[in-house]
Design a protein around this ligand. Structure first.
Ligand SMILES: NC(=O)c1ccc[n+]([C@@H]2O[C@H](COP(=O)([O-])OP(=O)(O)OC[C@H]3O[C@@H](n4cnc5c(N)ncnc54)[C@H](O)[C@@H]3O)[C@@H](O)[C@H]2O)c1
Length: 351
């Protein structure tokens, strides 16, 4: 039986989000739960201790006190320094992305904890707890892509009179890809959307989100990427390691100073030359191409991102606290009592 909910301060590099804003905490308190918020957990997103106390939360002096609750809710996957807080009678609700985090998966399995992941919770064919952050990350991809092109090839997305616009290729036209495409179109770039789902491409085409669409195949991607100024990777197979769709040779064929933003890096990356980066060191150059592969992109817009995440999470959190077998949590349970119970996640990490 869950009586208490802990809300630790995020500690991943550059992470300023918080999983619950004060209005979400108020909903939990009204639902009858004691909520322990780590001191200054919301400061990065603009929420003070007083804001949380005002809605009935108790302020915990440190992380340990929040992890002592029956259920811990947070944004990013627990960092190594938090793994010591895992215990058998604890429930965790957070982004886990275990396909790309086998060591974390092992620590969770070994501890006997029940770990529910936001990103695999399915509802009506969608991923309602991934979608809000994919929306923010997608919009951000267009912004950072345009920004790093200035330092790279010096191409402006929208071009100018007598100079054609930049070419942007978005691979995976789901929530993140659609928002990245919209952002790039908003800056007047020429945008090609790539997906295996022809209906998604039809919709993107109809709505004018892209200037062209391409059915996903190695051949089509190799040609599109060769001519691109900016490539955004946003392909996802729920729970699985991201499919490698842009191979090393394709990257080598890109123009010097082009930019890759691989949003799918949190699932291992859909571009062969991608490796995780952080807000402190967001980019590296490989084969003459700038790579931006930050695993917590929305962390740089903490107010918008925290409010969006919080609104999506709180109804599910209350259900989880009341009944972990609630059907509205379908797909979320990744690890239970020493076993990886999500079949796609289990396959992805070879257990
Ligand atoms: N880096 C970050 O901070 C950050 C933040 C939010 C989301 N993400 C990641 O962005 C990725 C996309 O998330 P989403 O919510 O948009 O997912 P989504 O499920 O809405 O969309 C994924 C799309 O990929 C397509 N796809 C699958 N296989 C493909 C293939 N072989 N070729 C082309 N397209 C293919 C699907 O058909 C779908 O349209 C995920 O990995 C997610 O975790 C990263």
């Amino acid at each position: 039986m869950v009586q208490s909910i802990g809300l630790p301060k995020e500690i991943k590099d550059g992470e300023r989000r918080v999983a619950l804003d004060p209005s979400a905490v108020k909903s939990c308190v009204q639902a009858g739960f004691d909520v322990f918020v780590e001191t200054n957990a919301g400061v990065g997103a603009g929420f003070s201790n007083a804001d949380y106390e005002g809605v009935g939360a108790k302020i915990a002096a440190n992380a340990k006190e929040t992890w002592a609750a029956d259920l811990v809710v947070k944004v990013k996957e627990p960092q190594e320094s938090e793994w010591g807080f895992f215990r058998r009678d604890l429930t965790l609700f957070a982004y886990l992305h275990l396909a790309a985090e086998p060591a974390l998966a092992k620590a969770l399995v070994d501890s006997g904890i029940d770990a529910f992941a936001y990103e695999t919770l399915e509802e009506k064919g969608g991923l309602p707890l991934l979608a809000p952050m994919s929306e923010v990350a997608g919009r951000t991809a267009a912004i950072v892509g345009a920004h790093y092109l200035a330092a790279g090839s010096g191409v402006l997305l929208g071009g100018s009179a007598g100079v054609p616009p930049a070419r942007v290729v978005v691979i995976g036209m789901g929530v993140a890809g659609t928002m990245a495409a919209r952002g790039a179109r908003g800056m007047d770039a020429e945008v090609t959307g790539v997906d295996i789902d022809l209906h998604r491409l039809y919709m993107a085409h109809q709505e004018g989100t892209v200037t062209a669409t391409l059915a996903s195949s190695e051949h089509a991607i190799s040609e599109a990427v060769r001519d691109a100024d900016l490539v955004v990777g946003a392909a996802l197979v729920t729970g699985a390691k991201a499919p490698k769709l842009v191979l090393r040779d394709h990257v080598a064929s890109m123009k010097p100073g082009s930019v890759i933003v691989d949003l799918a890096i949190d699932q291992g990356g859909c571009i062969e030359t991608s490796r995780p980066t952080s807000h402190s060191e967001p980019i590296y150059e490989e084969l003459g191409v700038i790579h931006y592969c930050v695993t917590n992109v929305p962390g740089q817009y903490p107010k918008t991102a925290s409010r969006a995440l919080s609104a999506a999470v709180v109804p599910k959190l209350v259900r989880l606290a009341r009944d972990p077998e609630d059907p509205m949590l379908t797909g979320s349970l990744n690890i239970s009592k020493g076993e990886i119970v999500h079949p796609v996640v289990a396959q992805a990490i070879g257990r």
